[in-house]
Design a protein around this ligand. Structure first.
Ligand code: SAM
Length: 167
């Protein structure tokens, strides 16, 4: 059986490559890596495919879903849903996004809970964290932060957030 560290490294390498592609504006290439991996690709059973058969990424976001996130963050999305379309967020809450990637859902959440709330993205991939921080800076969002860590070794105190989302 594969070791957890080997599985993580395989996943991390894949998302590091996707983030590197998105950072140079090659979002299609980033999505192709995701589709190739079998995660969210055709026939994976992940997400609800559009008429074009695409089940993940920016195509799932309508304009009003994406308020608060710059286009580059939404374009770099590799998620198979729109958690902020179903999360009932309120001003002042603290939102945690598990596997925050390029940060779109964190930035959307941050705009919903502002000015007193904040949104936190947790991700293990340095390249994704750098991309998310660049996207937050581009959008001048100050109530969002991105922290490095594993979902299965949560680097946050118990009961320190109000809402958990993931995509
Ligand atoms: C499918 S992408 C989704 C990214 C983002 N939520 C979005 O909607 O675009 C999954 C993200 O989770 C991160 N990830 C995967 N496994 C993880 C783990 N065990 N701990 C922390 N982050 C992880 C990856 O680095 C990647 O950025």
């Amino acid at each position: 059986m594969a070791e957890l560290s080997d599985i993580r490294e395989t996943v991390r390498e894949r998302y590091a490559s996707a983030a590197t592609e998105s950072a140079r504006g090659a979002h299609g290439e980033a999505r192709a890596l995701e589709a190739e991996s079998g995660c969210c690709g055709p026939g994976s059973g992940c997400g609800t495919p559009t008429a074009d058969g695409v089940a993940f990424g920016a195509v799932l976001y309508r304009d009003d879903d994406a308020t608060g996130a710059p286009a580059a963050a939404v374009e770099a999305s590799l998620g198979c849903g729109v958690p902020t379309a179903v999360a009932d967020l309120h001003g002042g809450e603290i939102v945690l996004d598990l596997g925050s990637g390029a940060g779109a859902d964190v930035l959307i959440s941050a705009s919903r809970v502002a000015p007193t709330g904040r949104a936190v993205g947790l991700d293990m991939t340095d390249e994704m964290l750098a991309l998310a921080r660049a996207n937050a800076a581009e959008a001048s969002v100050e109530n969002a932060e991105f922290i490095k860590g594993y979902l299965e070794e949560m680097p946050l105190p118990d009961a320190s957030v109000d809402v958990v989302i993931s995509n």
